[in-house]
Design a protein around this ligand. Structure first.
Ligand SMILES: CC(C)[C@H](C(=O)O)[C@@H](O)C(=O)O
Ligand code: SF4
Length: 671
């Protein structure tokens, strides 16, 4: 008996050191589709070219520019040079274009409205955490480019079943926010989650995508929904007949066992809004800002106090009494055409007088070039309609929040400074975002229009001591000795570790100063004396002991790892009493040694020794300093065998690369 994930996994194993189902042994997995973008790929290509390697399967790869692109109109004779003013953004886009030309990978540029690259049952990766199967780091991007495979361990199986009937005005965004608050931002760590139940079966493809997309906010490796009639209708093609027969087998067997099961009653899900700086900090719109003392764990209480301070909120304030300055309808979570239709239906239901409240700036950044005339409707209601891109979800382009500006946002991350330094984000569904824009405060969309306008639309309509050397995968690591810095923080996300503004680099080195930058310096760039990394002796720390759980959650930006490795060795193996003892010792500022060979941490002055266990394969690689890509290329015959089998068994997965490239001719923003 197998789960959907077990079946997909088995279909993609190229070679396995042990049993392919063994979660402790990594297997070489074939990647059907690889999406490349400007932020996480430059360093991967640089390493690929310098190793004189080529892209194995340009036909299974596709590039888009999204994170850095301005959202102002792209009409007229524009080129990347003239359109993108910011030099660092421009450098990343130019690097992408150059790398695409050299590799032959099709590039869907800034004015391209084509869609449809992913099919049921495929393994699709991208150097971006919001890839539902699944997000990878830059070193892995390089690995996939060179080998079309990844060496990974199988995750555990989790099923989340949502049964019943969703209430009016409740959308899939509310469901996923509810799930995240139920299981926590680390609840899905180590799992691939399958969403099931009558609610999911009844959702449209777009609504399912919103849920799968935000699985990473619950820490999950991937989010899946079994393909069904809704999926087949969405693909809208008759040429999939054989494929459909196969796709119908892609479902969990009745008696399959999950490592974890969660059940949610649809009636318990209400229009939801976040109040804090983690996606799990959410409540129904009818509730009030929670009192930090209501949380059981001391860490969660402290996190809530800090979040409320940052958010400028007082416990007990009704969520509906919170006024906002900006509204952002966009991001990979909620800017699909269906999201825009739902948002537009609220405006339509209220009639021609529906206008964005005075003083509120509301922008719509569609996920693609599809408009269906909705742009006119939004503009008439006072919204600013922009071109596609990540935009204010991450603020790498000119769209951002100023300090203390409060925003109702349909994006996925309400981390500190995420949408701009000091900006305050409340995550909501598209329907709730429109309600907030029209009222100028967080608003229960159900009260506004009886909300029948929105819900039905979301249903289916049918060694590391050498500080200066650049980080390469081939670096050996045996042990590190030095001062350890204790860090008592929960949920340290990668936006905290490595703020987005520094992501616009095309190299891997010199990133040490970016680490915890917003904690290290204030707005005038003066060092904050209270932050531990600014205090002696920790300015020279080489090891970090983090006692809070869920370290490194959020984005898959490998820059966070490069910045850590540049300065200090990060170890996240312990979250128990031993970790607290190590942190206590670290607070004396004495030397500590992390020995990977012996798998122990030694506190030099006190004599305390703590043993730890790491995955044997990874340990050996680090000790030997071997190159993962070289290892995978040694199995080139097996990869070729797999490719031949794939061509024969699943012919619909082969793409016509010349067709994909055809559109690039004649468009100045294309190659
Ligand atoms: C830049 C990219 C690596 C990052 C991610 O992985 O999520 C970004 O998309 C984000 O949302 O923070
Ligand atoms: S989460 Fe935001 S920044 Fe990241 S890929 Fe999605 S839209 Fe872009």
């Amino acid at each position: 008996m197998s789960t959907l994930y077990d079946k997909i996994w088995r279909n993609h194993v190229v070679s396995s050191l042990g049993s392919s189902e063994d979660e402790s042994t990594p297997s070489l997995i074939f990647i059907d589709r690889h999406l490349v973008h400007e932020v996480s790929s430059p360093q991967a290509f640089e390493a690929l070219w310098s190793a004189k390697r080529v892209v194995r399967r340009p036909d299974c790869t596709l590039a888009t520019a999204d994170h850095n692109v301005p959202t102002t109109p792209r009409t007229g004779d524009v080129t990347t040079d003239t359109y993108v003013q910011d030099p660092t953004s421009r450098a990343q886009l130019t690097a992408l274009e150059k790398n695409m030309r050299r590799s032959g990978i099709p590039y869907y540029g800034l004015r391209d409205d084509r869609q449809g690259f992913i099919l049921p049952g495929t393994v699709c990766v991208c150097g971006d955490s919001h890839t539902s199967t699944f997000g990878i780091g830059t070193s892995e991007v390089e690995h996939v480019l060179a080998t079309q495979t990844l060496r990974i361990r199988k995750s555990q199986n989790m099923r989340i079943t949502i049964d019943g009937e969703l209430g009016l005005g409740v959308t899939s965004k509310d469901v996923i926010l509810h799930i995240i608050s139920t299981i926590g931002t680390a609840g899905g760590t180590g799992f691939v989650v399958e969403y099931a139940g009558s609610v999911v079966r009844g959702l449209s493809m777009e609504a399912r995508m919103t849920m799968c997309n935000m699985s990473i906010e619950a820490g999950a490796r991937a989010g899946l929904v079994a393909p069904d009639e809704t999926t087949f209708a969405y693909l809208r093609s008759t040429s999939w007949q054989h494929a459909e027969e196969f796709w119908k087998t892609l479902k969990t067997d009745v008696d399959a066992k999950f490592d974890r099961e969660v059940f949610i009653r649809a009636e318990d899900v209400l229009p939801t809004v976040t109040w804090g700086t983690s996606p799990q900090d959410n409540v129904p719109i009818s509730a009030s800002v929670p009192d930090p003392s209501s949380f059981e764990s001391p860490q969660r209480r402290e996190a809530a106090v800090q979040s409320l301070k940052y958010m400028g909120l007082t416990a007990g304030t009704l969520m509906e009494d919170i006024t906002i300055d900006k509204v952002f309808i966009g991001s990979c979570t909620n800017s699909r055409i269906e999201d825009l239709r739902i948002a537009a239906s609220i405006i339509t239901a209220l009639g021609p007088d529906a206008k964005v409240a005075n003083g509120v700036v509301a922008m719509v950044v569609p996920g693609s070039g599809k408009q269906e005339g909705l742009d006119v409707l939004f503009r008439r209601a006072g919204f600013d309609w922009r071109e596609a891109g990540c935009s204010m979800c991450i603020g790498l382009n000119p769209d951002h929040l100023d300090a203390k500006e409060r925003c109702a946002s349909t994006s996925n991350r309400n981390f500190r400074d995420r949408q701009g330094t000091g900006g305050r984000t409340h995550l909501v569904s598209p329907a709730m975002a429109v309600a907030a824009a029209l009222k100028g405060r967080l608003t229960d969309v159900r009260k506004l229009v009886g909300a029948s306008a929105c819900y039905p639309n979301s249903r289916a309509s049918n060694n590391s001591e050498t500080q200066s050397a650049p980080i390469r995968q081939t670096r050996q690591f045996v042990s590190v000795r030095g001062i350890a810095v204790p860090l008592h923080m929960e949920n340290v996300d990668t936006d905290m570790l490595f703020p987005a503004q520094w992501l616009k680099t095309i190299t891997r080195s010199g990133l040490g100063d970016c680490l915890f930058n917003r904690f290290r310096v204030d707005q005038s760039l003066a060092k904050r004396p209270t932050f531990i990394l600014n205090r002696e002796p920790y300015t020279k720390a080489k090891i970090m002991i983090c006692t809070g759980h869920n370290f490194g959650c959020g984005s898959s930006r490998e820059h966070a790892v490069w910045s850590l490795f540049g300065d200090i060795f990060f170890n996240n193996c312990f979250q128990n009493d031993e970790c607290l003892k190590l942190a206590e010792y670290a607070s004396t500022g004495a030397d500590m040694e992390v020995d990977l060979d012996k798998e122990e941490i030694r506190c030099i002055e006190s004599g305390l020794t703590v043993a730890f266990k790491t995955n044997p394969t990874n340990r050996n690689r680090l000790l030997r300093g071997t190159d993962d890509i070289e290892d995978a290329l040694a199995e080139a015959d097996k990869i070729s065998e797999y490719e031949a089998m794939r061509r024969q068994k699943w012919p619909w997965l082969e793409l016509d690369i010349s067709r994909a490239r055809r559109r690039v001719v004649g468009n100045p923003l294309e190659w």
